[in-house]
Design a binder for this molecule. Structure first.
Ligand code: HEM
Length: 461
């Protein structure tokens, strides 16, 4: 299955007669700035500079390519909702096809709609409720394997936990034997990600396997082996257990190599999108709680008073209001999807500006979520910002951790439920303290990871 909209569909810009109106921005080509001013590995520095210097919209060029960075809710709404049809995903997303193939994140047009439709039932509210029991069981299993006083890399723990959850709930598969190997292979790929995105023609080089890419190819093979094993087991059993994988198989029943590859792409996309993001959200939440004892205390009080010593269940979720606000505030400060990009198919207008086809448009949750116009004292961790009163009067599209419009995250409700249940189940027994001296720095890869992991000490409550 290929992308329904390819770059060759781009209409020629209206040409010499078109008078484009570009937003303010760098006079010099970014390559010059990149070499002189910014660490190319940290695009957040660049976005911060653009927002501070030029405000709501900024323009720059790399070579002959136009790039626009938006930092205003109205522009963000235009891009994701109003003018969505004029945009496809930009180059770095297309580059993730080296790993993800043609899954829901990377496809466009009809191919994307078909995949989204096939997967939709697995994410319906009613269906999600059925996953709660397995989520809590996985959380309790992890919780009960921890020991008082030990130091753990909580980031790695959260990755393994959420990987198990996705495998069990969405794919009806027990991955507990493979989880370490799988997490290690995915880590390896993440480590190589920036390098791959920067490399000219990386997609082709992967097939030629120069030495630097051998690790990528090896890691991808390991991941593929696990995914194919899962697919084959489902195909062989011939039983429809109503899992997401069964729905995907039913939507493309042909049992040939092409159908298998397509299934592989769809499965791996949900896997990666569904566990990395939640794991990072949880790691950042434990970190933020450890740094804000008053909020941590209030969170513990809520968990104790709502659960009264019982294991959490789906009925508790709507009553864990403060826990939800804690997670929302964590997604504000450290949004796992920290930036998004689109590529214009045709000329388009944004406010007073008129821009050519083939422009790349970038937005960043990390930057907009920290804008003092919408979040006063933006670096302060304050879950009350998401209470009913705290939210009142704040414009929509100032907070968009799950994106918006037709490409909005399909797993959003799943993520909230999973995140809140895991937070509550672990906090019933443990309090996590950052190990003194441990370095905490966000690393903007495909998702926003804690660069050095999250070393925390486990203390009984
Ligand atoms: C805190 C957790 C999560 C965050 C922050 C998050 C964020 C996002 C964002 C921002 C997008 C839109 C990307 C774009 O428009 O370019 C997205 C799309 C997507 N997410 Fe999530 N996500 C999370 C959890 C999940 C989970 C749990 C799943 C599945 C189990 C999932 C599956 C997907 C898929 C398949 C897409 C592509 C949807 C489409 O293009 O139609 N995500 N996510």
């Amino acid at each position: 299955m290929g992308t329904a909209v390819s770059r060759s569909d781009v209409r020629e810009p209206s040409g010499k007669n078109a008078t484009y109106r570009f937003p303010p921005g760098f006079q010099r080509n970014l390559l010059w700035f990149a070499l002189r001013k910014f660490r190319p590995v940290n695009p957040i520095d660049l976005f911060q500079h653009l927002a501070q210097t030029y405000g709501d919209i900024a323009h720059y060029k790399i070579g002959s390519h136009h790039i626009v960075f938006l930092n205003h809710p109205e522009y963000i709404r235009e891009l994701l909702v109003v003018q969505n049809d004029n945009f496809i995903k930009e180059r770095t997303v297309q580059r993730t096809r080296m790993l993800l193939g043609d899954g829901m994140i990377t496809t466009e047009g009809a191919a994307h709609r078909a995949q989204r439709l096939a997967a939709q039932p697995a994410f319906h509210r009613q269906r999600i409720v059925e996953y709660a029991g397995s989520i809590v069981e996985e959380a309790i299993q992890a919780r009960d394997s921890w020991r008082a006083g030990e130091q753990r890399d909580i980031a790695a723990d959260m990755m393994r936990l959420t990987l198990n959850v996705v495998a069990r709930t969405l794919f009806a598969t027990d991955l507990s034997q493979e989880v370490y190997e799988l997490a290690a292979a995915i880590n390896r790929i993440m480590g190589l990600y920036n390098f791959l995105v920067m490399l000219p023609a990386a997609e082709w080089l992967v097939h030629l396997r120069p030495p630097g890419l051998a690790a990528f190819v090896r890691a991808r093979k390991r991941i593929d082996a696990v995914v194919y094993r899962m697919i084959d087991a489902h195909l062989k059993s011939g039983r429809d257990q109503g899992s997401l994988l069964d729905m995907m198989i039913a939507a493309s029943p042909a049992n040939d190599a092409e159908a298998r590859r397509s299934l592989r792409d769809q499965v791996i996309t949900i896997f990666l999108a569904g566990y990395e993001t939640v794991a990072n959200a949880l790691s950042w939440t434990w970190y933020l709680l450890s740094q804000n004892p008053r909020c941590e205390k209030k969170f513990h009080e809520e968990v104790d008073s709502v659960l009264k010593g019982k294991s959490p269940s789906v009925e508790d979720v709507p009553r864990l209001r403060y826990t939800e606000n804690v997670m929302a505030e964590s997604l504000r400060l450290f949004p796992p999807a920290w930036a998004m990009g689109r590529y214009a198919l045709h000329d388009f207008s944004l406010g007073e500006f008129f821009l050519p086809a083939r422009t790349t448009v970038l937005i960043s949750q990390f930057i907009t979520h920290r804008d003092p116009r919408y979040f006063p004292d933006p670096l302060r961790f304050d879950p009350e910002r998401f209470s009913v009163e705290g939210k009142a009067g704040r414009p929509k599209f100032t907070y968009f951790p799950f994106g918006a419009g037709p490409r909005q995250c399909i797993g959003e409700s799943f993520a909230w439920m999973e995140g809140m249940l895991i937070l509550a189940a672990l906090a019933q027994k443990w309090k996590l303290k950052l190990v003194p001296g441990h370095r905490v720095e966000p690393q903007p890869l495909i998702t926003l990871r804690p660069k050095y992991g999250m070393q925390m000490q486990v203390e009984p409550r």
